[in-house]
Write a protein that binds this ligand. Structure first.
Ligand SMILES: Nc1ncnc2c1ncn2[C@@H]1O[C@H](COP(=O)(O)OP(=O)(O)OP(=O)(O)O)[C@@H](O)[C@H]1O
Ligand SMILES: [Mg+2]
Length: 258
């Protein structure tokens, strides 16, 4: 079964159609990069997958579970906030701006979800959080507050925080774009390790090096529509559409070498 099945999804913001009949399947363990110009709908699509944004048409399934709605006959009824939170608890979301809680230490930030949502005992949550900080290379920063961490370190704490919920799926929205190249490389190494563990990930990014390095598949979007959905190698070496060729030429001339 697919990890994610986006079935003919459309979404409007006012008169603008920001997602236009998007259909995407992501298999377990796959790393999918969402690429495309600014405003293409990448963030919106990721936000729809955990129902931070609601779709207007179509349906999204994660691990076979319909997200955000209950279906009865032909009709969909939106779930209650509590039920939506429960669905979200299995989907890790990492944002560009980290969203850490300022007055909690790195360790406490990572512990928060398991404590509050899963009801994990405090001691057990602390042990697990420490393990996860180690995994992202920050065991020595457990007691530091976000303001005492670099951007790359904060983003790695944010990744550890998502992993604490043991997600079946990770959604990453521009995880490196707020970072200078060196810090981005730290975060990239962390994401690479997750990919090697077989984590299913959808990553929206403008970082072509990240996409080339990590993605199995590229979904290239423009104006809310999927223009290409191809193996990453094919996308970078011989994109099908003229639009993708222009995009690559402008954004990453080096990607056209070879
Ligand atoms: N909160 C909002 N209210 C109104 N329109 C929005 C909102 N968020 C996004 N949009 C519009 O929806 C469209 C898709 O935006 P989205 O953020 O999904 O694009 P994106 O591909 O992630 O772009 P970027 O690469 O700049 O992050 C854009 O036209 C944008 O202007
Ligand atoms: Mg975006």
């Amino acid at each position: 079964m697919e990890s994610v099945f986006i079935d003919d999804v459309s979404k409007w913001r006012g008169a603008q159609r920001v997602l236009a009949n998007v259909s995407v399947r992501v298999m377990p363990g796959e790393v999918v990069a969402l690429l495309g110009p600014s405003g293409a709908g990448k963030s919106t699509l990721l936000r729809c997958v955990n129902h931070l944004d609601a779709v207007d048409e179509g349906r999204i399934f994660v691990e076979g579970t319909l997200i955000g709605y209950r279906q009865s006959g032909d009709r969909l009824y939106e779930l209650k906030e509590r039920e939506i939170c429960l669905q979200r608890s299995r989907i890790g979301m990492v944002f560009q701006n980290f969203n850490l809680i300022r007055h909690l230490s790195a360790l406490e930030n990572v512990m928060l979800g398991p404590l509050n949502v899963l009801g994990t005992p405090r001691a057990k949550a602390a042990v697990r959080a420490q393990e996860l900080l180690q995994m992202v290379g920050l065991e020595h920063k457990a007691s530091a507050f976000p303001s005492q961490l670099s951007g790359g370190q904060q983003q790695r704490v944010a990744i550890a925080r998502s992993l604490a919920m043991d997600p079946t799926l990770m959604l990453l929205d521009e995880p490196t774009s707020a970072l200078d190249p060196e810090l981005a490389e730290e975060v990239l190494a962390t994401i690479r390790a997750l990919a090697a563990q077989g984590r299913t990930m959808m990553i929206a990014t403008h970082d072509m090096a990240l996409a080339r390095d990590l993605a199995d598949r590229v979904i290239f979007m423009e104006a809310g529509a999927v223009v290409e959905d191809v193996p990453a190698r094919q996308f970078f070496e011989s994109p099908c559409s003229e639009r993708a060729r222009q995009f690559l030429k402008r954004l990453a001339p080096q990607a056209r070498a070879a």
